[in-house]
Design a protein around this ligand. Structure first.
Ligand SMILES: O=C(O)C(=O)CO
Length: 274
């Protein structure tokens, strides 16, 4: 049965980041994900997870200069040393948080860069990340995740399509590299979600899903997608992994805006308890 993780970077923005763990647990979540943990000590975050009975299921490797608009550096030639340092830091956090997945954002293709150099840089960096994670996190290991992201939200992002991600995965050829399939991005870029889930889930190469309504990126029951159908499909295909709730609540940062918009989740939390 699908299990749902609260994305603390987008949800519960009516309270401070460190208070979002308690808020998610109060709403029945048993797991959380977020973009970046690096502003906080790993032990501080681990204590919050423990205090609220939560699992950390995903976070991202350092993305370069996020405030300046960078969205990962894995595909950027010349940034390899920074990438490696960032991965060492990410794995250290993952070990302390007990987190089995790290999303490595691909980055924006530098203007004028040679396409094959960018692709080769990405492949070499992800392969490095996979081997580092496998070595430092033995024997259980950590999955390194690649996520196609739509070019409307992130113009110039290197990785946009599911077929592109799965082709790169085959070429990288490291067993702990997997795809993070965000159904919001996938619907915007290519659509045909049910068929793509049926095509890729049985390969065993998807290790995490994320969701949001399309096109506003609000709750999954707002917008053009029928998520009940998709959750039942995932269930029927045996998916018992995590689905990250990575959306902006329709009520914005209004007090309790996230909690008030969780009606769609109640039947699934109920089923999880039974
Ligand atoms: O923007 C997204 O969808 C992400 O998951 C970034 O990590």
């Amino acid at each position: 049965m699908p299990r749902f993780a609260a994305n603390l970077s987008l949800l519960y923005n009516d309270v401070d980041f460190l208070d979002r763990f308690a808020a998610a647990a109060r709403d029945g979540f048993r797991a959380v994900e977020f973009l970046f943990p690096y502003a906080y000590a790993p032990a501080q975050l681990a204590a919050l997870l423990q205090a609220h009975g939560l699992q950390q299921v995903l976070f991202n490797a350092p993305p370069g200069n996020w405030e300046a608009g960078e969205r990962g550096i894995a595909c950027i030639p010349g940034r390899e040393a920074e990438f490696r340092n960032g991965m060492a830091q990410a794995v250290k956090y993952a070990l302390t948080l007990g987190c089995p997945r790290i999303h490595v954002m691909a980055g924006l293709v530098p203007q004028g860069a040679d396409a094959s150099t960018v692709r080769n840089t990405y492949i070499a960096n992800v392969r490095y990340a996979a081997r580092l994670a496998a070595r430092l996190a033995a024997p259980h290991g950590i999955h390194i995740l690649l996520e196609p992201i739509n070019g409307r939200d992130m113009p110039g992002f290197f990785l946009n399509r599911q077929d592109q991600a799965h082709a790169l995965l085959a070429e990288i050829a490291e067993p702990n590299v997997k795809v993070q399939m965000d159904l919001y991005h996938c619907q915007i870029v290519e659509g045909d979600l049910a068929t793509k889930i049926r095509q890729y889930l049985p390969t065993g190469n998807i290790a995490h899903f994320q969701i949001a309504g399309v096109p506003e990126r609000h709750e999954p029951d707002v917008g053009e997608l029928n998520y009940s159908y998709l959750f039942q499909l995932l269930d029927s295909l045996g998916w018992d992994g995590w689905i990250g709730c990575e959306y902006r609540p329709a009520r914005g940062n209004a007090p309790h805006g996230t909690s008030d918009g969780l009606g769609w989740l109640k039947p699934w939390l109920q089923a999880d308890v039974n």
